[in-house]
Design a protein around this ligand. Structure first.
Ligand SMILES: Cc1ncc(COP(=O)(O)O)c(C=O)c1O
Length: 437
């Protein structure tokens, strides 16, 4: 069994500023305002994971200026947008320079045609109405706006490991409680362990009741797509406990088998779930920025008030509508021609995932994911994930993501992203093969 040395101790994410460092900073800068720091910000343990990975990338480039670095870390899309999408945005932009084509503020909830296209394109026969679809500038922003909606008095559960924005936004809004250093967990968050031992689905019998369950499928980072049976159990659990599920389907278009692409495929979900999703990975809009949230009419608070009314208020007050240029692009993605073109990019990334999966599996490593998501999740029993990350980076000049950055359940794992040009994926496979064999 390959076990990595403990080169760098435990977590090497940038730590919180110590009191001594703060005092030095204060002396150096001279003036401080009288504004106290938000105590919730103070509770955040490290920098946000992905900028931290980029920091390591930068340090590595400075150390090895001639190395050809391959970035399979953060998970950003790399393939150019299909011209059918960009030309619709160009046409829209040109229109902005004309009297007839100029558009100012649009509806805060999104362009009517796009809301309809999302409802019909992604939720056909699922009874999702266009007025339940809220167009946004991305799923990550919607996670924070949903946290604002929920406030600090709710208790949340997350899959462990999970996409870090759920926990970090929970800390910022004041739901998380104190950080328990030796467990690498926040006291008030329920961590639902998802590992190969439980088919990446939490043991709901031992899960405490919470108000809100963040659930991501296909999952980032493990790549696991929950089965219909698993999601039915989740919906039944939420209904029994009176909880709300926030279902993140940002990778739904990567599903290749018959796993549900939306929580609303599950009977009963309309009474217990909100769905957030994104054009980022589906259409390469990570920089263009476009996403959406579905809040069904049937979802009610304990006093019977509709959640959708409050979410509408949040969108009107804290957001002012997605960029109309992005929305023009989004509409083009949902035309038959656009959909086919963006889907070919998804297929391309999934072929990359297949190559990485095969390479790592052929080396005898325990590899998961890669079949319904653009991530492979690799297990290194007995090793700390930051050490695996560091050693792979040092020896192969490949950036990955240490699993522990996604929560304590990610320890011993690394996540490898399949986003990248084919040549880089093949080159990465060659380097990984020579490193591990
Ligand atoms: C699970 C998950 N949700 C949300 C997001 C954020 O998506 P967006 O770019 O729409 O903000 C990501 C981005 O990687 C993600 O992996």
């Amino acid at each position: 069994m390959l076990v990595f040395s403990s080169m760098s101790g435990t977590n090497i994410l940038q730590p919180r500023m110590t009191l001594a460092r703060l005092t030095t900073q204060k002396e150096r800068m001279g003036h401080c305002t009288k504004v106290p720091r938000n105590v919730n910000m103070e509770k955040l343990q490290y920098g946000y994971l992905f900028p931290e990975i980029e920091r390591h990338e930068l340090l590595h480039t400075e150390k090895y200026p001639n190395a050809k670095l391959i970035d399979l870390g953060v998970g950003d899309t790399t393939e150019p947008l299909p011209s059918v999408i960009t030309s619709s945005m160009i046409d829209f932009v040109h229109g902005l320079s004309t009297t007839e084509g100029y558009k100012g503020y649009g509806p805060e909830q999104g362009n009517k045609a796009l809301r309809k296209a999302i409802a019909e394109g992604f939720y056909k026969n699922l009874n999702v109405k266009p007025k339940e679809v809220f167009v946004s500038d991305g799923a990550q922003c919607d996670i924070s706006r949903l946290q604002l909606l929920l406030g600090s008095n709710v208790k949340i559960a997350v899959q462990d490991p999970s996409f870090p924005a759920y926990i970090d936004s929970s800390v910022i809004i004041g739901q998380a409680g104190d950080f328990i250093a030796n467990a690498e967990k926040y006291r008030s968050i329920e961590y639902m362990k998802c590992s190969p031992q439980n088919d990446f689905f939490p043991d709901l019998l031992s899960t405490k009741r919470v108000d809100v369950i963040f659930f991501c499928s296909p999952n980032n980072p493990t790549g696991h797509a929950a089965t219909r049976k698993q999601l039915q159990q989740l919906v039944d659990f939420a209904k029994k406990k009176g909880s709300i599920i926030i279902f993140d389907s940002a990778y739904a278009t990567y599903i290749t088998d018959d796993s549900p692409r939306s929580i609303f495929e599950i009977p009963g979900a309309r009474e217990v779930a909100i769905e957030i999703s994104s054009f980022s990975k589906f259409a390469g809009f990570t920089g263009v920025r476009l996403g959406w949230t579905v809040v069904p009419d049937e979802l009610l608070y304990s006093d019977g008030f509709p959640v959708v009314n409050d979410f509408n208020r949040i969108m009107c007050t804290c957001f002012n509508g997605a960029s109309n240029i992005s929305q023009a692009g989004g509409l083009a993605c949902l035309s038959p021609e656009g959909f086919e073109a963006v889907h070919s990019r998804v297929d391309y990334y999934m072929e990359n995932a297949g190559i990485l999966f095969e390479t790592l599996a052929s080396l005898g490593l325990k590899v998961y994911g890669g079949a319904n998501a653009p991530y492979v999740w690799v297990h290194f029993p007995g090793s700390q994930s930051w050490n695996v990350f560091t050693e792979i980076l040092e020896k192969t000049h490949i950036i990955t993501v240490p699993g522990s950055g996604f929560g304590p359940g990610g320890e011993e794992y690394i996540r490898i992203s399949a986003f990248g040009p084919r040549e880089s994926i093949i080159e990465a496979s060659i380097r990984l093969k020579s490193f591990f064999s």
